[in-house]
Design a protein around this ligand. Structure first.
Ligand code: ATP
Length: 330
């Protein structure tokens, strides 16, 4: 039997949650949640006149039918491994010693995995991320990471998650912008924003390194552009979060699964996009999306080049002093 994105029903994680009384780590078991279909509402921009037809569709594209088998019964047990990265909403770690119980499948179909752990005040953002992974199921393994599910558990009083404090957000009180995107916020999301005692994670295929600072050849630029174009075919805009931190190499650490060709242009990408909490589903045509992305992607590659300049930190620092003197005075 093959391990697929629907195989896991529950996850036990070691070395993530600490019992404050004993100061020892305890294992916690998280159960899989199904993301409500209406968690995110599509946005519809009415056409002001027929001449906008090349830019705005008459309706928002429907979610393609899932090609995954029904939810499986597998249980995954793993230990929190190396810290990989973090952001406003989450901390991401490798999963070590991954074991699947006997209801599961051919080990050759199990790739290296990571766990994306929502910060305690960002549960709603992770739920949005999970919704977009479902929505873009047909791009998993080609333009975006494979997602093996969204899992949660309520923490008991006296339990803590050291990873939250060891890798704090730059601004822990920053407003959660993921909540501003949907005109009508789903009631589950409102409940999530009030909770601080829930451990919520996504289990994802482990991808490679982030797009690095520095100049990049045209083939990389066009590959990255076509990742966003793939999402456009599903009516999904990721334009709010075009950053090199969200563009990762296709997986190469063994064990890994081969990259699949894009269902829209048959291209096998060398890169993947992650992080969809700020994404939007909308009735734009691929042309309208492309017009939006061209400038975002261009600026991202320009910024990447700037970042590699030796004086980047000096010139980009908030303390940098503007040179007020014209050359002639120096
Ligand atoms: N599937 C993955 N494989 C390998 N590394 C990953 C994966 N997903 C995320 N990362 C790493 O973790 C970092 C943080 O992930 P991500 O951007 O999804 O977090 P976030 O908290 O949602 O970010 P933000 O809210 O600031 O946009 C990424 O920049 C990347 O380095």
């Amino acid at each position: 039997m093959t391990f697929h994105q629907n195989s896991i029903k529950s996850v036990t994680l070691d070395a993530l949650v600490r019992d404050n009384a004993t100061n020892e780590f305890v294992s916690v078991t998280l159960r899989r949640l199904t993301v409500p279909l209406d968690l995110v509402h599509a946005r519809y921009d009415p056409r002001p006149s027929p001449k906008f037809a090349p830019l705005l569709l008459e309706s928002v594209p429907e979610r393609p039918r899932s090609l995954l088998p029904p939810l499986g019964e597998a249980h995954l047990h793993a230990r929190l491994g190396k810290f990989i990265g973090d952001g406003h909403s989450s901390v991401v770690f490798e999963l070590d010693d991954v074991q699947l119980d006997s209801s599961c499948p051919d080990p050759r179909s199990v790739p290296s995995l990571v766990v994306k752990i929502a910060r305690s005040n960002r549960l709603a953002a992770l739920a949005r991320d999970a919704w977009f992974y479902d929505e873009m199921e047909c791009l998993q393994g080609s333009s975006i990471a494979r997602c093996y599910g969204w899992f949660e558990v309520e923490l008991s009083s006296g339990q803590s998650v050291p990873a939250w404090n060891e890798h704090p957000a730059e601004d822990p009180d920053e407003h959660d912008f993921a909540l501003d995107i949907d005109k009508k916020v789903h009631p589950d999301q409102l409940k999530r924003t009030a909770r601080r005692d829930v451990l919520s994670v996504l289990v994802l295929e482990k991808l490679g390194e982030r797009l690095q600072p520095g100049p990049h050849p045209d083939d990389v630029k066009s590959d990255v552009m076509s990742l966003y174009e793939d999402a456009s075919h599903l009516g999904i805009s990721i334009a709010q979060d075009v950053r090199r931190q969200n563009i990762l190499e296709a997986p190469h650490d063994e064990p890994c699964l081969p990259s699949l060709p894009s269902p829209f242009n048959s291209r096998t990408h060398s890169w993947r996009v992650v992080d969809f909490e700020l994404s939007v589903k909308i009735n734009y045509t691929p042309l309208q999306f492309k017009m939006n992305y061209i400038s975002h992607v261009k600026h991202m590659f320009q910024d990447a080049e700037e970042e590699a300049r030796p004086d980047y930190l000096l010139t980009s620092s908030p303390f940098a002093v503007e040179d007020d003197f014209p050359d002639s005075e120096c």
